[in-house]
Design a protein around this ligand. Structure first.
Ligand SMILES: Nc1nc2c(ncn2[C@@H]2O[C@H](COP(=O)(O)OP(=O)(O)OP(=O)(O)O)[C@@H](O)[C@H]2O)c(=O)[nH]1
Ligand SMILES: [Mg+2]
Length: 237
């Protein structure tokens, strides 16, 4: 499994010699593991991928991903946080960083490491020292007033995913209102609606990740170009 790196279109997205680290956070049961599994299936043939999961006492999320065989076992690492889940992604990120570094050592060509947080509250965000980008997953059955109430996760994540749209008619959630309210607090950052039950491909989220990698490669290319020009100017003077 993993990408063929004879021709490595993503090499330029690793300017610091490591994979992009993507955090996936959100309340308990909103669909973080289901999304992680879907993304592995969607991206594993084009990207060199690994996953870190966080659970308080168990390794259930990692076990699920292994059972589903979304990646080979040596690409899935479980971190047992043993405390509030947000502590491990925000305040003391060392166990997660160690897990990422061990994966990186085992698979030097990694393009992307997905770090799934344990289910938490609406204010839980990843430290930027751990995640380069982050996705926050809400569940429509958690209440259609959640985006209006805001909270750091809803407002600040790079991508907000409102999942389980198939349940909206059953629980009476107003999806249009959720989208409008999320838009108001997110300052133009993207929002995606998903039903991993009805559309297990997570196409839009996978496309967003490709876009992030593409932009990073472009930025890196510009940076290299500017460096080259500086070197030329220095040589000419
Ligand atoms: N109806 C419906 N169920 C979903 C959807 N996405 C996930 N689920 C189900 O919701 C439950 C919780 O999903 P998980 O992916 O385990 O949620 P999680 O956010 O990882 O949960 P924690 O890690 O325990 O916080 C599972 O039974 C999933 O099958 C969806 O789009 N629609
Ligand atoms: Mg989970």
């Amino acid at each position: 499994m993993g990408a063929n790196h004879d021709h490595d279109p993503y090499a330029a997205t690793r300017p610091h010699g490591r994979a992009l680290r993507l955090g996936i956070g959100g309340p308990v049961g909103s669909g973080k593991t289901a999304l992680t599994a879907a993304l592995c299936r969607a991206l594993r043939d084009e990207l060199d991928l690994a996953v870190v999961t966080n659970d308080i006492y168990t390794t259930e999320d990692a076990d699920f991903l292994r059972r589903e065989a979304v990646l080979s076992d040596d690409r899935i690492t479980a971190v047992r946080t043993g405390a509030c889940p947000h502590t491990a992604i925000r305040d003391d990120i060392s166990a997660n960083l160690d897990a990422c570094e061990a994966l990186q050592e085992r698979h030097p060509g990694l393009d992307l490491i997905i770090v799934e947080s344990g289910g938490d509250n609406l204010t839980a965000l990843f430290s930027q020292g751990l995640a380069d980008r982050q996705i926050f997953v809400l569940d429509v059955a958690g209440g259609d007033d959640v985006p209006r109430k805001g909270g750091l996760g809803v407002a600040a994540a790079d991508l907000l995913v409102i999942n389980k749209t198939d349940l909206a008619p059953l629980v009476g959630s107003d999806l249009a209102m959720m989208g409008r309210d999320a838009g108001k607090v997110r300052g133009g950052k993207p929002v995606v609606f998903s039903s991993l039950r009805e559309r297990p491909g997570a196409d839009e989220v996978a496309a967003w990740i490709r876009g992030v990698l593409h932009d990073l490669a472009h930025e890196h290319g510009e940076h290299e170009h500017e460096h080259g020009r500086e070197r030329e100017r220095a040589a000419a003077s």
